[in-house]
Design a protein around this ligand. Structure first.
Ligand code: GFB
Length: 436
């Protein structure tokens, strides 16, 4: 029972004793105290949910591959994996690489996303909560075993540490951030992470690793596929930006895009991307996130270099169309290589009066572009044009898809040039909700 019931009773007694007849004062004070009581009770139950050991067990993982977009794909797959195995998901930190920092930086999950929204779908706690509240009870250093499908340590070396969970950067710094060392490895093959296409696989996992004997399954990597499986792409709706990211996106919008509506675009232009796109010439299937427009069976088209690295006339043409259709006075361009935008400005020469081209401008000089604020901003544009192959664009596309907002891709469909300029990229009936 709430401790505040005592003051509530005392208040009633006081009223009787001193003959206080003001019912409204009494009622209001009692109401205030009982609301406080409820609030305390609910926050204590949330805390205790995080403190209480889940008998169904836990899944830990390291999103040790790629940058934000890649990691997002792994998070979606891992959330689904945890749900299928019915274990609490320990939300790993995001792994980042900062200039002049030799080791990866681990950013707590909740700096970018709300834990409560994920946990509403499936039990989830952050790595920080797990290590401070749960690990001391069920995961002593002597029981820390890393899981991997098969031997990861270079062949030929004595298999003392087959999963090699802490070899290199980011795996070493990742686990070190939480003071985790592994005493041994567990190779779980032939059990795979694909619980959706292999019948009975989830049940086999549960039988081989029952939670009472294996309370924690700590994966050296992510128990998920890249790119994300079609069946798991919709889970993006459970990843809602933290209030801090939303506020930074709002500020960005207030500062740079005061007039609504606006078109948001992602141009992946860096030299790493240029090199990656050259591989499309030999590719036969999908590459990175290209299934988001081509379809998982490439039923909507085929992969081309132009889809991956669109030419400037195509970009300029699609931007102009989008601005016209949405009647947007501005197009916000998010890019990893702003120095390459001069080429776009040249391409748009003569059309400057049609819309304003807006890009990242730091609030303080020298601050690098805030990728998460840009993603949150793009997610709420009236129309979004992204790079079909990039997993960074895919984060925006999935979030908008969940909200029913329209998106298009550069140079897609392949024959889009042959269509009239007036009708294709934006469907006014699906015009975006204009809010952040
Ligand atoms: O997110 P990501 O996995 O997407 O990696 P791709 C690209 C990273 O570049 C992002 C930065 O996480 C950001 O840090 N970046 C890209 C941007 N575009 C923008 C932008 O518009 N604004 C800001 N602020 N930052 C893949 C990699 O990238 O590229 C693969 O994940 C590989 O591992 C491949 O390196 C070549 O799928 O686009």
């Amino acid at each position: 029972m709430c401790v505040l019931s005592v003051p509530i009773l005392m208040l009633a007694e006081y009223c009787l004793l001193y003959n206080v007849h003001s019912e409204s004062i009494m009622r209001q004070t009692a109401l205030f105290l009982s609301t406080l009581c409820l609030l305390i009770a609910s926050s204590t139950s949330e805390e205790s949910a995080a403190n209480e050991v889940d008998e169904r067990g836990y899944i830990l993982f390291c999103p040790c591959m790629g940058r934000f977009g890649n990691q997002m794909d792994y998070f979606l797959g891992t959330l689904s994996f945890a749900k299928e195995l019915n274990r609490t998901l320990v939300l790993a930190p995001w792994v980042e690489y900062h200039m002049r920092q030799p080791k990866s930086i681990q950013v707590p999950f909740d700096e970018y996303f709300r834990v409560d929204k994920v946990a509403k779908y499936h039990p989830a706690i952050t790595m920080e909560t797990f290590m401070s509240e749960i690990a001391p009870k069920i995961w002593p250093p002597s029981k820390r075993i890393s899981f991997c499908y098969q031997q990861r340590q270079a062949y030929g070396e004595p298999p003392t540490d087959p999963c090699a969970a802490k070899n290199g950067n980011p795996p070493g710094p990742f686990w070190d951030t939480y003071g985790i060392d592994f005493v041994s490895s567990e190779l779980h093959s032939p059990l795979s992470y694909d619980l959706w296409n292999v019948a009975g696989e989830a049940e086999r996992w549960r039988r081989r690793y029952p939670p009472h004997r294996w309370p924690v399954l700590a994966f050296a990597g992510s128990p998920a596929s890249y790119p994300v499986l079609e069946v798991n792409a919709g889970l993006q709706r459970h990843f809602q930006w933290s209030e801090a990211v939303r506020e930074r996106a709002r500020q960005l919008r207030r500062r740079l895009l005061p007039a609504a509506p606006f078109v948001g675009v992602h141009l992946r232009l860096g030299s790493d991307w240029e090199r990656a796109c050259a591989h499309t010439r030999q590719a036969t299937g999908n590459m990175f996130s290209s299934a988001q427009c081509l379809g998982y069976r490439q039923q909507h088209g085929r992969l081309t270099e132009r889809l991956c690295y669109p030419d400037w006339p195509t970009v300029a043409r699609q931007m102009r169309r989008a601005a016209r259709h949405t009647r947007a006075p501005a197009v916000y361009v998010a890019t990893d290589a702003p120095e390459r935008l001069d080429r776009l400005r040249r391409e748009l020469r003569g059309h400057e009066q049609e819309f304003e081209l807006v890009t990242w401008q730091p609030a303080e000089p020298g601050r690098p572009a805030d990728a998460h604020a840009e993603l949150a901003l793009l997610a709420r544009a009236n129309l979004f044009i992204g790079n079909c192959v990039s997993s960074f664009s895919a984060v925006v596309f999935r979030e908008r898809d969940a909200l029913g907002l329209p998106s298009a891709f550069w140079a897609f469909p392949e024959d889009s040039d042959s269509e009239s300029e007036s009708d294709r990229d934006a469907d006014p009936a699906r015009r975006g909700r204009d809010e952040l």
